[in-house]
Design a protein around this ligand. Structure first.
Ligand code: PMT
Length: 403
């Protein structure tokens, strides 16, 4: 995330929703990821949350008045609007959405909204009836038609005790929705990427399963990097510790067989397929429909082979389609990976060590080597999984250009 947000100028508009306090978390994450955040609070937002909090988080003066004394000429509204790489309005009230729709410029935020040419991302938060009101819905449609982006809202229990759509979506999802809008790299624009991520659960009985330690972190990093570069990303994801990022279409599955079925239906239209999931090679031949009781004797399980998901995609690989796989090895990493590269007709394989404290399942870092069809090995140093994902996408871009 740091590479994507570093030094990007983001105007964070906070309006008078009860969820205004959550904008502090958004400001904090964006700042942590290296963005330069200019907090702008509307009059009613100032009734709900203090500007000093935002100034402390962002390290910048919060703008709360149209004609604030010019502490510093740079705050001059046109300069800020022109410097912005993104306008993020979170939370956004029905009133703000209506004023934005009709070009009303009666405060600093709505005035500069007309002056900026930066992308605008709105995260609505309001009572369900207000959100579902035709006026609000039509206003949002009008803004979408003008190219304004929306993220959320979520459905659930609101502060006003109603239950339904209108809750501000999770702050991390809002930050993730900023990624493709602030990213400076668009070398995967319109490329369709289908990938697998996470582990699989192979049932023994309704209570027990055979699984593995995949957390989904590598898959999430790949999806985020691809989205940042303009790709459309579909992730068939087994059970994982981490969620797929906002902007990716996540298709949850449990077993290898379900993963194979989902992938075969999707991979045909993909420009790139990446097999990052730890797919179980075996499943229990006959899972029990009821919980197996302890009997004091050994429990024998007959295991049968699962479909090779990546192999299925490789078998029907289209011309110019790019196939990327991983090799999770504990011994002879490069030799075993090179064998898989050939056997599965891959264009690129990521050979990653999985038996150390700093690489593989559940870790935030990875010690990997990228091996191309030509056998050339790019032995990477220990990197974060986000950095590995960046290197992988660099190679995918090169493969697309060479196809
Ligand atoms: O999710 P994390 O905690 O971040 O961990 C990341 C990871 C270690 C799981 C990931 O980096 C990784 O190595 N994924 C591949 C794990 C795996 O199953 O490797 P393998 O060598 O057993 O399989 C080789 C390739 O075939 C992989 O691309 C795998 O997705 C694919 N495969 C394997 C078996 C199978 N039945 N179907 C498959 O598609």
């Amino acid at each position: 995330m740091k590479r994507i947000f570093s030094n990007r100028e983001i105007v964070l508009g906070v309006t008078g929703s009860i969820a205004a306090y959550k904008a502090c978390e958004i400001a904090s994450r964006l700042t942590e990821y290296g963005a330069n955040v200019t907090p702008v609070l509307t009059k009613s937002a100032c009734e709900l949350v203090g500007s000093a909090t935002f100034e402390a988080i962002c390290g910048r003066a919060a703008i709360t008045h149209m004609f604030a004394p010019l502490q510093n000429p740079d705050v001059e509204h046109i300069a800020v609007a022109q410097r912005a790489h993104l306008y993020l309005i979170a939370p956004a009230t029905a009133n703000f959405i209506a004023r934005a729709t009709h070009g009303i410029a009666d405060d600093w935020l709505t005035t500069t909204l007309l002056a900026t040419r930066a992308p605008i991302l709105i995260a609505p938060a309001m009572n369900t009836n207000m959100y579902e009101h035709p006026a609000t819905q039509e206003n949002m449609q009008t803004l979408r038609r003008r190219g304004v982006y929306f993220v959320g809202p979520d459905s659930g229990r609101l502060a006003c005790k109603t239950i339904g759509p209108g809750r501000l979506i999770d702050p991390m999802k809002i930050v993730e929705a900023c990624v493709p809008l602030v990213s400076e790299r668009h070398d995967l624009k319109n490329v369709r990427i289908v990938m697998t991520s996470g582990g699989t659960h192979e049932p023994i009985d309704p209570v027990r399963y055979i699984g593995n330690r995949s957390s989904g972190k590598m898959g999430r990093a790949l999806a985020l990097e691809a989205i940042a570069r303009g790709a459309s990303v579909t992730v068939v994801t087994g059970p994982s510790e981490v969620a797929m990022p906002e902007g990716a279409l996540a298709i949850p599955v449990e077993t290898a067989a379900q993963m194979a079925e989902a992938v075969v239906n999707l991979a045909q239209d993909a420009d790139v397929f990446i097999g990052a999931a730890a797919v179980a090679d075996y499943r229990v031949e006959t899972p029990s429909n009821s919980k197996k009781k302890k009997s004091g004797k050994k429990l024998d399980l007959t295991l049968v082979e699962n479909p090779d998901v990546l192999g299925l995609v490789g078998a029907v690989k289209r011309a110019k389609q790019i196939l990327v796989g991983f090799a999770a090895e504990t011994d002879d990493l490069l030799a075993n990976a090179a064998l898989k590269l050939k056997k599965k007709q891959l264009d690129l394989i990521i050979a990653n060590e999985v038996n150390t404290d700093v690489s593989g399942f559940g870790k935030d870092t990875s010690k990997a080597a990228l091996i191309g069809r030509d056998g050339k090995v790019d032995d990477l140093p220990l990197l974060t999984k986000e950095e590995v994902a960046e290197r992988i996408m660099d190679r995918v871009v090169a493969l697309i250009h060479a196809a």
